[in-house]
Ligand binder design. Structure first.
Ligand code: DX5
Ligand code: ZN
Length: 223
């Protein structure tokens, strides 16, 4: 089980300036957010490319932030270990990216990091029933994965409610994370629905003062 205090905000590096990653990491530390969300895209599972394990390894050297790796890659089994070896604290794979989801989640857990499952907007949440008892984190994709700055898909809210109810009914302990189109205007609804972790790319990095945006994203301050 993830023992960090929740709810929390996890800024996504995707919206930062890739020519100055160290400054982006300092910005997240300064904001008080304990997690850094790292989007790994392979140009195959999603139509965009970002970075691989070396970036995670280099970031690990300069920060104590919890590194939340979101693998948007085909065939994650073949490179899974490299992302864990690089220093990821949580590894989230996509339900749609492989057949033997159960096996890879067990492997992630065996390696001693948090195991996460994500699913794209067109995948029904009920599909996850069999694996929910296995996971530490469920990452609800509230946009089609691949790019930052997209508009939140409203049906995602219902998926979050469903996951929160199911967790309570089944006495499970996974954390619910939401990724895509999160901003100060929908954060309160997401938290009410049961979200524990708000991933925010553009809402954080494009804010005039990212640290000042965080209380709005956590609905501690209202617009
Ligand atoms: C999209 C990524 C997100 C992205 C979110 O595929 O998984 O983590 O950074 O960006 P925003 O918050 O701008 O929608
Ligand atoms: Zn992501």
């Amino acid at each position: 089980m993830i023992d960090q205090k929740v709810p929390l905000c996890a800024p996504s590096l995707l919206s930062a300036d890739f020519t100055d990653v160290a400054s982006a990491v300092r910005l997240v530390e300064h904001s008080g957010c304990p997690w850094l969300h790292l989007d790994i895209m392979d140009g195959h599972f999603v139509p965009n490319l970002t970075f691989g394990p070396k970036m995670i390894r280099d970031i690990k050297k300069i920060t104590g932030l919890f590194l939340d790796a979101h693998l948007m890659i085909s065939n994650p089994e073949s490179s899974l270990d490299s992302y864990i070896d690089a220093g990821s604290d949580a590894v989230t794979i996509h339900y749609e990216s492989l057949i033997h989801v159960h096996r890879i989640l067990s492997r992630i857990k065996e390696r001693g990091v948090y195991a996460g499952i994500s699913f794209v907007p067109s995948t029904p949440v009920e599909t996850l029933h069999e694996i929910l008892p296995l996971v530490d984190l469920v990452l609800v994709m509230s946009v089609n994965p691949g790019f930052g700055g997209q508009v939140f898909i409203p049906g995602s809210l219902e998926k979050i409610r469903y996951l929160a109810d199911y967790r309570r009914e089944q006495k499970l302990s996974y954390r619910i994370s939401v990724d895509g189109g999160v901003h100060r205007g929908n954060a309160a609804d997401l938290l009410r629905a049961g979200v524990d972790i708000l991933v925010a790319g553009s809402a954080f990095f494009n804010a005039p003062n990212p640290a000042e945006e965080v209380p709005y994203l956590l609905a501690e301050k209202i617009i």
